[in-house]
Design a protein around this ligand. Structure first.
Ligand code: UD1
Length: 422
């Protein structure tokens, strides 16, 4: 298993180019199951989760043709369509559940492994299932698999999600594209990966999706989608991670290929900690302060209300170095503080009370051997090791490889002493 060896403390200077968004690419790739015609997707990030989704599409029967650099893929339908998303693929990536809406809408049949829980929480899929049932999907759960079918075409309906869910919103938008008549989804997740990218991609292919209210999406079903080329947006969480890195390490960093408007909430929080930020159309120039200010009462919330849960761990590292006490409440996932025990091993003083972390500032991180637990927690450990005095070894970095494209190369280019040990 690969490890990172990081020697610190490091200062950051230079520029970094943001890769395509994993969380935008996954639903777009799943939605290609709706097509009879060829689809070309560009600006894919070269990360493990994308390989897993491509393997799932292959096992379902899609023909895959990558460009040399593997950033562009052409996907077309083969003669033999399968309907089974096996446990081996779903267990490594919960995003595989996004194939359910597409398969049921297009082929009226799907057998998908239940994802089960993961380290950050139970993560049920009840909202996906109950909403698809309203459109006419029938299902049973047998031996850990969802056996889903539909007698005829799905039928458009009005659905109000009882809780905002990124995945359920995506699955329903995808399914409703080929349903009969009008579907209205209320209380939707409106992350840019959905409201911008998934919507724009499907509409470019001839779908009729319209956002009629802040969290209301109307979809008029169409019979088929046409041949399409689409380029995936930049990765919001990678951008946020580099913004935190620059703030943390007294950095001077130019972040390219990301629209700053889509990460305004987090940029405002970083300004509060003392960062100087200048933005243009698709660039962020960020300079870290000499002294980081603390912030109390940050609560993670759905986009765009407050800090993204996927950036919570990275912000916690920053606040460990602040001049006073801060707190972060995690309101999206029930168990997303796996990084805390590891940050304590570097010297972090963090107390957990329920879903609230109280972070004492003025920590001087000292390098240590660390263990990655999940994707974003691993990114936080890399940031902490980067500013820690001495040497850190981060184990199990396969978690990071799921969602960050060549993070060590990008960090090395901006001055971080980081090495991958295979
Ligand atoms: C997506 C993102 C993930 C991010 C999360 C929240 C992808 C591939 N993943 O995950 O990076 O951390 O959004 O921004 O885009 N819930 C239920 N029942 C359901 C669905 C969700 O109870 O049927 C709960 C979840 O357990 C969680 C909350 O709702 O507590 C939000 O989850 P959701 O928005 O669905 O997250 P994902 O789509 O899994």
């Amino acid at each position: 298993m690969d490890k990172f060896l990081i020697k610190g403390p490091n200062k950051i200077k230079g520029q970094v180019s943001i890769s395509g968004s994993k969380n935008a690419a996954l639903p777009i790739l799943a939605a290609t199951l709706l097509f009879d015609k060829e689809v070309t997707i560009d600006n894919l990030p070269r990360v493990k989760d994308i390989d897993t989704m491509i393997n799932l599409l292959k096992s379902l029967g899609s023909k895959i043709q990558f460009s040399k650099n593997k950033k562009t893929v052409k996907i077309s339908k083969s003669k033999k369509q399968n309907f089974l998303a096996p446990y081996s693929l779903v267990k490594t990536m919960r995003g595989s559940i996004l194939s359910l809406g597409a398969l049921i809408a297009k082929y009226k049949k799907a057998i998908i492994s239940l994802p089960g829980g993961c380290l950050i929480g139970a993560r049920p899929i009840n909202y996906h299932l109950s909403a698809l049932k309203k459109l006419g999907m029938k299902y049973e759960i047998k031996k850990g698999y969802i056996h889903a079918s539909s007698k005829g075409k799905l039928q458009g309906k009005k659905i109000k999600f009882s809780k905002i869910s990124v995945g359920a919103t995506e699955n329903l938008i995808i399914a409703a594209c080929l349903a009969n008549g009008k579907t209205v989804l209320k209380n939707c997740a409106i992350e840019p990966e959905i409201k911008n990218d998934l919507t724009n991609f499907l509409n470019k292919a001839g779908a009729k999706i319209k956002w009629t209210g802040k969290r209301t999406c109307q979809i008029i079903g169409v019979n088929s989608l046409k041949e399409t080329k689409y380029s995936v947006m930049g990765d919001r969480i990678e951008t946020g991670t580099f913004c935190v890195a620059a703030t943390l390490a007294k950095g001077d960093l130019l972040i390219k290929n990301f629209n700053p408007k889509l990460i305004q909430t987090e940029l405002n929080l970083l300004k509060k900690t003392g960062a100087t930020i200048k933005t243009s159309k698709d660039e962020i120039h960020i300079k870290g302060p000499q002294k980081i200010k603390n912030i109390s009462n940050i609560v993670t919330k759905e986009y765009p209300i407050s800090l993204a849960t996927d950036l919570q761990a990275q912000f916690m590292v920053l606040l460990c170095l602040a001049s006073g006490r801060s707190s972060i409440t995690e309101s999206i996932f029930e168990n997303r503080f796996m990084h805390v025990a590891e940050l304590r091993r570097l010297g972090g003083r963090i107390i957990i009370k329920g879903n609230k972390a109280i972070i004492e500032g003025q920590t001087e991180f000292i390098g240590a051997e660390l263990m990655s637990s999940d994707l974003r927690a691993s990114a936080a450990l890399v940031l902490a090791a980067m500013v820690a005095k001495g040497q850190s070894v981060i184990n199990r970095i396969y978690h990071l490889d799921r969602g960050y494209e060549k993070i060590e190369n990008k960090l090395r280019k901006i001055g971080v002493n980081i090495k991958r040990l295979s």
